[in-house]
Design a binder for this molecule. Structure first.
Ligand SMILES: Cc1cc2nc3c(=O)[nH]c(=O)nc-3n(C[C@H](O)[C@H](O)[C@H](O)COP(=O)(O)O)c2cc1C
Length: 181
């Protein structure tokens, strides 16, 4: 049994887009986190979970607490989707630090983790999110330029724009890791 299921938590559809690409490549099932069931998880050996990064935290990661007992018997893959450049090790470190706090340590240690680039569209963003972005950017801009992290700079740069950095080719290292048994 080496079947795969992709579970995702997505607000504006970017993480869902990656989840669809991954499920397509793996010939796997795909289901939003809100609809996943324990019975479903039992049927799959490879569990791929995707969540978007909001204010440094990956959404939906309580999945790993909620289903911890069954997940201990599975191969586990996690991908995050955010606007900060995932090639920057500083950005990865920020995301992983918070993942470590969010996910039980025995499960975290068994995760294969990947980071993908997302999208931001200020036109479709909720008022609440637009307000948060405005506050975050205001705070970041008040920081001394030398104290800003690469993530800070990405967020400042993205503010007010619509940009789409999603890239299907980025999923292949994850796909190969899932296939490698
Ligand atoms: C309020 C807000 C906060 C965000 N915080 C971060 C962040 O801390 N780090 C990051 O890389 N991206 C951040 N983003 C960008 C989202 O991760 C990005 O838009 C992602 O593609 C959203 O995925 P979704 O469409 O699946 O929800 C933020 C976006 C919003 C609207």
């Amino acid at each position: 049994m080496n079947k795969s299921i992709v579970i995702y938590q997505s607000k504006y559809g970017t993480t869902e887009r990656y989840a669809r690409w991954i499920a397509e490549e793996l010939n796997g099932a795909i289901v939003p986190y809100s609809r996943v069931t324990l019975a479903q998880l039992e049927n799959y050996q490879n569990i791929v979970f995707g969540g978007a990064v909001y204010i440094g935290e990956t959404s939906g990661t309580d999945f790993f607490k909620k289903y911890a007992p069954i997940l201990k018997t599975k191969r586990l893959f996690l991908f995050t989707v955010g606007i900060s450049d995932p090639a920057e090790t500083g950005n990865q470190a920020v995301i992983r630090q918070s993942l470590k706090k969010q996910i039980p340590s025995d499960i975290y240690d068994r995760l294969h983790i990947y980071h993908f680039s997302g999208a931001l569209d200020f036109e479709t963003m909720t008022f609440a999110h637009r307000t948060i972005m405005k506050m975050i950017v205001g705070t970041l801009k008040r920081k001394d330029v030398n104290d800003r992290t690469p993530e800070d700079n990405s967020i400042i740069e993205a503010y007010g724009k619509s940009l789409d950095l999603t890239n299907r080719a980025d999923i292949y290292p994850l796909i190969e890791a899932v296939r490698a048994v």
